[in-house]
Design a protein around this ligand. Sequence first.
Ligand SMILES: [Zn+2]
Length: 424
Amino acid sequence: MSGIIPSPEDILNARSAQPSDMRSQNLATILRVVRTHGPLARVGIVRRTGISSGTVTKLTAQLVEAGALAESSVATGGRRLAATSPAPSTRRAGRPQAPLDLDMYARAVLTAHIGLTRSTAGLVDMRGNVICEVAVTHTDTDPDQVLGTAVATMRELRESGGRTVVGAGVSTSGTIDHRNGTLIDHPVLQWRSVAVRDYVARRLDLPVEFDDIVRGVALAHLTYRPGEDIQHVLNLFVGNVVGSALAVRQELHRGEAGRAGQITHLPLHGVAGPLCECGRANCFQAVASNVGLLAIGQVEGVVSHGETFDQLLDRSDEPAVRRLLDRRAEWVGQAIAMLSDLLDPSAVVLSGNATHAPGYLDVVRATTTRLALGGSDAAQRVSLFPFPKDLLSASTAALLLDRYFRNPVAYEPRLAGVDRGVQP
Ligand SMILES: [Zn+2]
């Protein structure tokens, strides 16, 4: 029998569903407008969406009833109604309606980032705020061990969080087949063909999105930024590894084989660093990653043997160390200049712990101004990821939330339930 509770197969399929009917599309449009511009009065939703007033009244009532939206009380200084407050299902004549906002107290997304030495599980609200986070160090890199522990931690977060969880995001690095939810190859963890998405989805009974964390960062920039609709976002991640992700018209560009965004062998000018596996000495990953930077510093006598990047950062007031860090920022600026000329993104987000170096953004922007055809205009679009402390969990949640806001009916059983027998 088919009920409101979706079957595991429905859950696995929901993630790929795009809204095909007008009601689902309108629900998604309303939620996205409130996410970006909320709290919003119904009249504001009508103005920003172009959806008729009658339809907005009907659909916002359904969204409130389902728990996706809540009334935001002007009288209490914008404080939203508690999740336990009864949803107003009927409109009382003459009573002014409070603006609507996402229900920030009732909904959440579970997350797991699978790192090289540890997994980070989190519970994240609908605007990317991390509610709680638990890091677990791997005792074994066997996929079943690592994923089993991550799932157990996510379960604990779900049980203690007291919220309705709409789905889960899972991220790592390496080569990922997003369509099948499979990690094809993770060279450091040495995982091959691991069906990560279905493993987590079946055990948590939730829709799951699994992708590269770098893509999550790009989506986070689109999903959480208030008051602005950005179209094309480029994320450049520089840390122990390097990577990039591009969203075009707010949609991730993954490429034909899912490999889009790899900048491992992007050539840099004016540097001869450690030899890359490809045989060249100026590849972006071999030179500009933390590993590359530390190796170059050792050869030049600036970095001592065994010194870590965090230890180097602690010495950044020493002129020689600062010059080394500034050179890396210039290499990143070279990459940004090339990619900006090629892609003309609306925004470039810098992430990874390279960004912790003092003056990093200034040097990247100065180099971009000097080298990009777009000059200072291109440089001004470059910014740091706004919440670095929460990068892993917030960006992993964005993988799921991006899908949620495109088709909320697939993630909100009560919206799907309302659909039956109700005219769109
Ligand atoms: Zn190379």
